[in-house]
Ligand binder design. Structure first.
Ligand code: IVH
Length: 672
């Protein structure tokens, strides 16, 4: 054997052994050899690779910490959106979830899988030919940050997974999970930071987030991040029939799956699991904030589908947030982008679940009445959904003699305009469309990262532009000139020119971002994207009837009415016209021309289609004016059935409803 051939063999053997021991140590937490022996193996591999640099591959265990720090993070689009989870705080909400699952299961009892809800950050790992090629954070769900160099340093993330090469058959395998910082590592990190006079991390989650965004993988390697994975997609498809089998498959492949998951045959068992872990959470070396309940059958998951934000087949049962008491120093009113007047309690600062809280939303007058809260009261606060703190209860016996009632202002606190309460709404709104608070919030929203992303146009600058009356609405941004900006506080010729370049660049962000940026009520990022791809141009959207709006996949009557109302206002139409004149992209580049040959028809999708995802098929139907419904009835125009189609297919046959496969469906929609 030649020297080279020998080295190839030795290197391959060492890598396999090292991978095995990494798995034992980082994933199973059950090493077979001492750390020193392990280091010796790695040392030997390093020596061999140094002698044969041409044999070094990125998935070698010696390549966890790459060469030099990154310049910055790069945004990457997710192949499939990374959705969030709907929360259930009360038992009744879990029962509702169970009922919906049962309805979709058409009489059969749906099985569930319960998992711990790790309080970390979700991450998508991409493998090609078995090798890890990319790690991307969730970001806004559609686009995240490329953190590959950093996650390669996480010992429990395998760099090469032989099974995936076979299973993926050359295609892409995506594995999703939650990155977290174990509690002991978090405490150690903060102790070190305290020692060095550096600011402390508020909680393990912030520390994990900060670490993931560090530009130097060497620093990340020393922090001890870890990951639990819970999802797998082989070429966009779930590789097993049940979620529990996916977890087992992931574990067998060598990933770290949280061992505390359980199959539950009934909602009773689910509740027991939740209660057990709410009590036992202290035993764990990582923070959890609830239990995730998932429908086990992937087919049923597909039947249940997803809203624009969450899958309908899963729910997060949140543990009661930790609570604290503090004093309400004052109650002020804030005016938001939609004119909503929100009373906010200004609190004596208090530490709660890792951060300091000094404000809490009181939502509206009904909520203030319900709580019976007065200024001066001592209250219990809690982190609702663990982000926005809220007041949950007044401690009445601690009420001081001078406590005063809050009076909702009869006029907008910002513009003194009249306020009104819309039918069936608890909130009061400022009715003045030119209220400075609304204009300010609308502008900030328009410039925000997820909308037109005009970097540098933050609160301070927007306030100055408004004060100098340089802008009133987003379209005015495009008329700004260099001389308008130079001379504003902290604005030299260079930053002014940069800002103008940003404004110019925002013209090309795309139709979906623009629709989102307009701040139409109830139109979030994803709905904006669906509207953009359905209507293709802003012009079409602005003229759309309620009926055609409602025919868009995932758009219901509330959103449709809101869009119609927005474009019915002359002031908004004027803004849109000014944006057009400024040269903004008002067309979706790849929009398919909308036809309406399925107008008003109800279509049911069932089973796994060979090439289309459910979402793609649904969008094709929606674009042609059809509507995807979840159950088969006499009103169903036809059923598109794929592999493993179950109850819906038999129901269709029974009722004599047309059934077609994907090929026929594609012919139908393409012919039209
Ligand atoms: S499943 C489409 N399982 O919780 C379903 N998520 O509040 C995707 N999380 O964004 C999520 N532990 O970051 C799932 N066992 C678990 C989880 C989990 C933590 C996070 C995840 C998600 C967030 C939603």
């Amino acid at each position: 054997m030649s020297v080279k051939a020998e080295a190839v063999e030795q290197i391959a053997g060492l890598r396999e052994r090292i991978r095995h021991h990494e798995h034992r140590y980082y994933v199973l937490d059950d090493p077979e050899i001492a750390d020193r022996e392990f280091d010796e193996l790695v040392g030997e591999l390093r020596r061999l690779e140094a002698a044969h640099p041409e044999l070094v591959t990125p998935d070698s265990p010696t390549q966890r910490v790459g060469g030099k720090p990154a310049e910055g993070m790069v945004a990457v689009e997710h192949t499939l959106p990374m959705l969030s989870l709907d929360n259930a705080y009360a038992e009744s909400e879990l029962l509702d979830f169970d009922r919906r699952a049962q309805e979709s299961a058409a009489g059969r009892r749906p099985g569930f899988v319960c998992e711990l809800k790790i309080d970390g950050l979700s991450l998508a790992l991409t493998f090609e030919n078995g090798s890890l090629v990319r790690g991307v954070t969730r970001g806004d769900g559609l686009r995240g940050e490329d953190v590959t160099a950093n996650i390669r340093t996480i010992g429990s993330v395998p760099l090469f997974v032989p099974v995936l090469r076979r299973e993926g058959q050359g295609g892409t395998v995506e594995v999703r999970g939650e990155v977290f910082l174990p509690l002991d590592s978090f405490q150690k990190l903060n102790r070190e930071r305290e020692h060095q006079g550096e600011p402390l991390f508020a909680n393990p989650r912030n520390a994990a987030a900060g670490t993931l965004r560090t530009l130097d993988p060497g620093v990340v390697a020393g922090r001890n991040l870890d990951i639990f994975v819970y999802q797998a997609l082989v070429d966009g498809q779930v590789p097993r029939r049940n979620h529990s089998e996916v977890l087992e498959w992931l574990e067998d492949a060598g990933f770290k799956v949280n061992p505390r998951w359980k199959r539950c045959a009934s909602v009773r068992e689910v509740m027991e699991f939740c209660q057990e872990w709410e009590k036992r959470r202290q035993e764990l070396n990582y923070e959890i904030d609830g239990v995730v309940v998932k429908v086990d059958s992937i087919l049923l998951q597909q039947d249940m589908g997803a809203t624009s934000k969450f899958p309908r087949w899963a729910v997060a049962c949140k543990f009661r947030a930790r609570q604290a008491t503090t004093v309400v120093n004052d109650i002020q009113v804030q005016v938001g982008r939609t004119g909503a007047l929100t009373p906010v309690a200004l609190l004596e600062p208090v530490r709660l679940a890792g951060s300091t809280i000094s404000r809490a939303t009181l939502h509206n007058l009904d909520e203030i009445d319900r709580l019976g809260i007065k200024i001066g009261d001592t209250v219990w606060v809690e982190k609702g959904g663990d982000v926005i703190p809220k007041v949950v209860k007044v401690v009445e016996h601690l009420r001081p003699p001078g406590a005063t009632d809050f009076v909702m202002p009869q006029r907008c606190p910002i513009c003194r305009g009249e306020v009104f309460r819309a039918e069936d709404e608890a909130v009061l709104r400022c009715g003045n469309l030119t209220c400075p608070a609304m204009i300010r919030e609308a502008l900030l929203h328009y410039c925000s990262r997820r909308a037109l992303r005009i970097e540098g146009l933050g609160e301070a600058l927007v306030d100055q532009l408004l004060k100098k009356e340089l802008v009133r609405d987003p379209s005015d941004l495009y008329a700004l000139k260099l001389e308008d900006l130079v001379g504003l506080e902290r604005m030299g010729p260079k930053s002014a020119a940069n800002l103008l370049a940003q404004v110019e660049a925002s013209k090309q962000r795309g139709l979906a971002q623009l629709i989102f940026g307009l701040g139409i009520r109830h139109v979030g990022e994803r709905t904006a994207m669906l509207l953009a791809s359905h209507f293709g141009t802003l012009e079409n959207l602005s003229r759309a009837s309620l009926e055609s709006l409602e025919s868009v996949f995932e758009v219901g009557p509330v959103v449709a009415e809101s869009v119609r109302q927005f474009f019915a206002q002359a002031a908004n139409r004027e803004i849109v016209e000014k944006l057009r004149l400024a040269g903004l992209t008002l067309e979706e580049e790849h929009a398919e021309s909308a036809t309406s040959d399925l107008q008003g028809q109800q279509v049911v999708l069932t089973g796994r289609l060979p090439t289309l995802t459910r979402e793609e098929a649904s969008r094709m139907i929606a674009r042609r004016g059809g509507r995807v419904t979840s159950s088969v009835s006499k009103k169903t125009a036809f059923v598109v059935a794929g592999e493993d189609a179950g109850g819906k297919l038999s129901k269709a046959r029974q009722l004599g409803v047309d059934v077609m496969d994907e090929a026929e469906f594609l012919r139908l929609v393409r012919e039209q």
